[in-house]
Write a protein that binds this ligand. Structure first.
Ligand SMILES: [Zn+2]
Ligand SMILES: [Zn+2]
Length: 343
């Protein structure tokens, strides 16, 4: 009897088998895109602190799960009904991994706050693999002159700092402080400089002073050696403080560095509370606001602005097979500054 042999094309995947478990490298069949989706041949994927949600466990995640929401690659296959994208096109997928288009927020055009918003690596398998499938509303086109490893971190760390700064209300010449010279901060300093702000970088210790200035800060404040809020007040008070380092205590200590109508913009995430008294907000009309990523259209703005102005992430690359090592390096806080997996 004749039998038909079906060739199963395998691919390599770095998956988290269950909450808290180590990464495992496994082979899986290359997935096919459904209607309204594309398959992406992944070229690079950034390793982000938010991947710890998948690694450690978060309500609603189904395991095994493949993390990764800083994905750069090439469209390799189109699902039914996809006409706006073509095979061979370079695309990225960031934190915004899809929206339903029908919920009350989507009906207002506020897709970033979709009540059923999806995130790659959490809602579905992300970019720690050689091929992934994504819905078209998650896709951002990558400009020709940006490499995959450069583009990947811009799709989460980049878009978040870019978005927070561009809608902060600060205008060219304003004093803008960037707290933390790390994965988010090193991009925040560059964007703030290119936006025409007077940039004060705030770090713990003197180590990053020279680098912060090279990235575009005109002032460096060592918050170990001096009271950073007082230092900002001496400069007139900050119109905006971009709080990137995941330390609520450090953020609390900076609130008194805000100038009149100044805003503390929170993008570094920890789960302990920021402390503030009502008078700290009332006198000077101070605002504390949070900010998360943005839509793929915002990603495209971020990528084009970076292309135009030369803003680039500083990266360390690891092969996919070393996903566990790459993740540990990111979590150590010692990476300079974004860790990126290459396939
Ligand atoms: Zn991220
Ligand atoms: Zn929606």
């Amino acid at each position: 009897m004749a039998t038909t042999r079906v060739a199963i094309a395998p691919m390599k995947v770095a998956q988290v088998p269950k909450p808290g478990a180590d990464f495992e490298i496994v082979e899986r069949e290359i997935p096919n895109p459904d209607a309204g989706q594309v398959r992406i041949k992944v070229q690079a994927c950034g390793v982000c602190h938010s991947d710890s949600l998948t690694k450690d466990g978060f309500p609603g995640i189904n395991y095994p799960r493949v993390p990764g929401h800083e994905v750069a690659g090439i469209i390799d296959e189109l699902g039914a009904g996809v006409s706006a994208w073509k095979k061979g096109q370079r695309v990225g997928v960031g934190w915004h991994g899809g929206h339903d288009g029908t919920c009350p927020q989507c009906r207002k055009g506020d897709f970033r706050n979709c009540r059923n918003r999806k995130t790659p690596g959490i809602s579905y398998d992300g970019g720690y693999q050689q091929y992934m499938v994504a819905p078209v509303e998650a896709l951002a086109a990558i400009p020709e002159s940006l490499s995959d490893v450069e583009a990947a971190p811009l799709l989460c760390a980049g878009i978040t700092t870019f978005g927070a700064l561009r809608q902060s209300g600060a205008v060219p010449g304003d004093l803008v402080a960037v707290q933390g010279v790390g994965g988010l901060g090193h991009l925040g300093i560059q964007f703030a400089n290119k936006f025409g702000f007077r940039v004060a970088a705030i770090g713990r210790g003197p180590e990053n002073a020279a680098l912060a200035k090279k990235l575009g800060a005109s002032i460096y404040i060592d918050s170990k050696a001096t009271n950073a809020a007082e230092a900002l007040q001496k400069l007139g008070g900050a119109q905006m403080i971009l709080a990137t380092a995941p330390s609520s205590k450090a953020m609390s200590e900076l609130i008194d560095g805000l100038g009149p109508n100044g805003k503390l913009m929170v993008i570094g995430a920890t789960f302990d509370p920021i402390e503030v008294t009502p008078p700290q907000l009332i006198f000077g009309n101070h605002v504390i606001q949070g900010w998360a990523a943005g839509t793929p259209a915002d990603s495209e703005d971020t990528l084009r602005f970076s292309e135009l102005t030369g803003v680039r992430p500083m990266i360390e690359t690891y092969p996919l097979e070393k996903a566990g090592e790459a993740y540990a390096r990111m979590m150590s806080g010692n990476a300079q500054f974004r860790v990126v997996l290459t396939m």
